[in-house]
Design a protein. Structure first.
Length: 212
């Protein structure tokens, strides 16, 4: 991030923020409610665009206009060409995974397994690959296989949290942002999440943990 600022209307949430998140390291972002922590996460993930300054991914600038899905007819492999850099929303979301603090915003499919498969399929995985990624992610988060065909709306709060995390892990992002993701987790869920963080660091990926 290079001198990034963001406002909601006239309210300045982030002002002139510069920082570099590096692979192979874990970061803790702490602050009170309303201090801009989630806004920061969404800027890194492309859900929000900086009002001023630039956000970079591995040295390449993210577009300052809203990202669009790829249009193969118009641009071949990408969707937004700026400063000679090609970005599309799918490649960005795959590389920078954001686990929202509200799991209900992340879950919408008919069943747990379909929900976790959605991300990989949206990234272009074939059905078999999407199933494999979803099963691995659900197993990683210790989601009981008996729940995989159940409606996500029938899950407990902690189960929804684990499934939401699994949905992001299934995309195997290089940068993982956990926005208060331990809230509502039981001991088994916290142990699973700790294992995820450890494995990501061992694989040379980056983990950003947001908390109060």
């Amino acid at each position: 991030m290079d001198r990034v600022s963001f406002t909601y209307g006239r309210e300045m949430v982030l002002a002139n923020v510069s920082y570099a998140f590096k692979r192979g390291r874990a970061y803790l972002v702490r602050g009170e409610s309303g201090s801009g922590k989630s806004t920061l996460a969404m800027l890194l993930n492309g859900l929000l665009m900086a009002k001023k300054g630039r956000v970079y991914l591995d040295g390449k600038a993210l577009p300052v206009t809203k990202l669009r899905r790829p249009n193969p007819v118009r641009q071949g492999a990408g969707s937004n060409l700026e400063e000679g850099i090609l970005f599309d929303i799918n490649s960005l979301r795959r590389r920078v995974g954001y686990v929202s603090q509200n799991p209900n915003k992340m879950l919408f499919a008919d069943s747990v397994i379909k929900d976790v498969m959605f991300g990989p399929k949206n990234m272009g995985f074939d059905n078999n690959s999407a199933v494999r990624s979803a099963r691995e992610a659900l197993t990683y988060m210790n989601v009981d296989e008996m729940l995989w065909q159940r409606s996500v709306q029938a899950l407990s709060g902690g189960e929804k949290r684990r499934v939401g995390i699994a949905g992001i892990l299934a995309n195997t992002p290089d940068y993982l942002i956990l926005d208060e993701s331990d809230a509502g987790l039981d001991e088994t869920g916290i142990d699973a999440l700790s294992g995820v963080v450890k494995s990501y660091l061992e694989a040379g990926r980056c983990v950003i943990v947001i908390t109060h």
